[in-house]
Design a protein around this ligand. Sequence first.
Ligand SMILES: C[S@@+](CC[C@H](N)C(=O)[O-])C[C@H]1O[C@@H](n2cnc3c(N)ncnc32)[C@H](O)[C@@H]1O
Length: 251
Amino acid sequence: MSRFDAYGRYYDLLYQDKDYAAEVAYLDQLLRRHGVAGPEILEFGSGTGKHGRLLAERGYRVTGIELSPRMVAQAQAQTQVNPGFTCQQGDVRAVQLGRHFNAVLSLFHVVSYQVTNPDVQAVFARAAEHLRPGGLFVFDIWYSPAVYRQRPEVRVKRLADAGVEITRIAEPRLYPNENRVDVLYTIFARELATGVTATFSETHPMRHFSLPELDLLATTAGFDRRDAEAFLSGAPPGEDTWGVCLVYARA
Ligand SMILES: C[S@@+](CC[C@H](N)C(=O)[O-])C[C@H]1O[C@@H](n2cnc3c(N)ncnc32)[C@H](O)[C@@H]1O
């Protein structure tokens, strides 16, 4: 089973506490601050479409590309509500839409899901191909200084809605020579109507990055860095900043 096939079923419940509206307000402001030239946005790893729909409410026209068919299906089930957001199944390492956008966004660590250098290089190359000079590539990543300072730890998350109770255990394993953390998620989902508990697990390998490493990958693909800051707060990145937001402009 591929990543997010099983996990994706409970994705919106697992992240119900994530403040997508605040994130989209932050992103809107970030794009304006960097002079985004128009409303056309390509979103890499669009998930269940939460950012895309909220950006569309602010007047952007968002095209999402998402690897997991289950996540695409969940996003599409809600898109008729908001025609400014559409999405399709695809791999952002290979996508070729044959048109340009004003910005490429990739949110909630999608770039960190690209664990090898060829994977990350492919994502930068695909972003560059879909932007004109001056177009923006904006994404957030796991930041190496914070990963080593804070150390990922075992976490348990419990959630419920009217139909199901979820317990998720996240067990990290560090691979320091590869800038990678493999997170083993084990999920217990108890259907309230039947009392039946389904158990499944998925490993999510996550890459973390330093700024010089990202800058090298980006400049090779024809990008100049415009900004690096803590996602949401805008503070300078440091050892306490797990999620750093990068803004690169196509040269
Ligand atoms: C943590 S989720 C974030 C989803 C969404 N951006 C959000 O903020 O809710 C990471 C997403 O990236 C997608 N993804 C990872 N690698 C991808 C790839 N190579 N091409 C397209 N989507 C990818 C996963 O399927 C998953 O939906």
